[in-house]
Design a protein around this ligand. Structure first.
Ligand SMILES: O=C(NCCCCCn1ccnc1)c1cc(-c2ccc(F)cc2)cc(O)c1O
Ligand SMILES: [Mg+2]
Length: 214
C-alpha cells in the first residue's frame, strides 16, 4: 500500500535526524520539505519568528491548535523551560500518530501532551481535564476558519489572561480574514504582523502576534 506524505516525512526524520536532538529533527524536516516534498509545516523562515516570540516570552503554559507532524511542536517545546507544558490539539488521527513519533524522536515527550479531537470540543474541557488555568501562549495553526471561533471560545472559557499571546500562522496564505479583522479591530487585543513567506516558497504569508489585554 502507498505511504502517505506524513509517513514519508517521519521516515526522513528517522533516517536523517539524531534521536534526542530536536534541532536535527527540525533540520531533517526542513530538508525533506525543500528537497523532496512540500508539507504544511510552519517552516524555517516563519519558524525563526516563532522561536523569537517563544524565547522572549519564556512561557510555562502553551496551547498549540493544529499539530500536523509535530514540527512546530518540537520547535516550541525545545525552547521551553524545564517544567513548562505544551498541550497540542490534532483532529486528524493519522497526523497525530506521526506527530507522536516525531515528538518522541526529538526526546521532548515530557514537555508535550498531544490530544486528539476537535478544538471546539476540547477547549471547554482543558481547565478540568488538563489542569491548566490560563495559557501564556497560543499558537494557532489548524483549520483557518476555526481561528476566530476558537479564539472567542478561549476567551469565554477564561483560558486567556492579561498578557496572553496569540500567535497565528497563515494569516495571508491560505488566509484568515475574519480572525485578522477581529484581533486588529478589537480593543481587547494589541496586534502586530510579522511579514514572511509561505513555508518553503516565495509566496507572501506571515504571522500575526496578538496580546490579550484582559
Ligand atoms: O490547512 C492548514 N493547516 C491545517 C491542517 C489541518 C488541521 C486539522 N486540525 C488540527 C486541529 N484541528 C483541526 C495549512 C495549509 C497551508 C497551505 C498553504 C497553501 C496551499 F496551497 C495549501 C496549503 C499552509 C499551512 O501552513 C497550514 O497550516
Ligand atoms: Mg500553518
Amino acid at each position: 500500500t502507498q505511504s502517505t506524505r506524513p509517513q514519508r516525512l517521519l521516515s526522513a526524520v528517522q533516517k536523517n535526524a539524531t534521536r534526542g536532538d530536536p534541532c536535527s529533527v527540525v533540520k531533517a524536516i526542513d530538508q525533506f520539505c525543500r528537497s523532496k516534498e512540500w508539507a504544511m509545516n510552519v517552516g524555517d523562515e516563519k519558524g525563526c519568528i516563532l522561536d523569537s516570540v517563544v524565547s522572549e516570552l519564556n512561557p510555562t503554559t502553551v496551547l498549540e491548535l493544529g499539530t500536523y507532524c509535530g514540527y512546530s511542536t518540537v520547535r516550541i517545546a525545545n525552547l521551553l523551560p524545564p517544567h513548562a507544558k505544551l498541550i497540542t490539539l490534532e483532529f486528524n488521527p493519522d497526523f497525530a500518530a506521526i506527530a507522536r513519533q516525531v515528538i518522541a524522536w526529538s526526546g521532548l515527550e515530557e514537555k508535550v501532551q498531544l490530544v486528539e479531537g476537535a478544538s471546539g470540543d476540547l477547549i471547554p474541557k482543558i481547565k478540568q481535564d488538563f489542569g491548566v488555568q490560563t495559557f501564556d501562549l497560543v499558537f494557532l495553526d489548524h483549520w483557518k476558519d476555526r481561528y476566530l471561533p476558537d479564539t472567542k471560545l478561549m476567551e469565554a472559557c477564561g483560558l486567556l489572561r492579561k498578557g496572553s499571546i496569540l500567535l497565528a500562522d497563515n494569516v495571508i496564505c491560505p488566509g484568515t480574514p475574519d480572525y485578522l479583522e477581529y484581533v486588529r479591530s478589537s480593543p481587547r487585543y494589541e496586534s502586530q504582523y510579522f511579514k514572511s513567506h509561505l513555508e518553503y516558497t516565495k509566496v507572501e504569508d506571515g504571522l500575526e502576534k496578538s496580546v490579550f489585554l484582559g
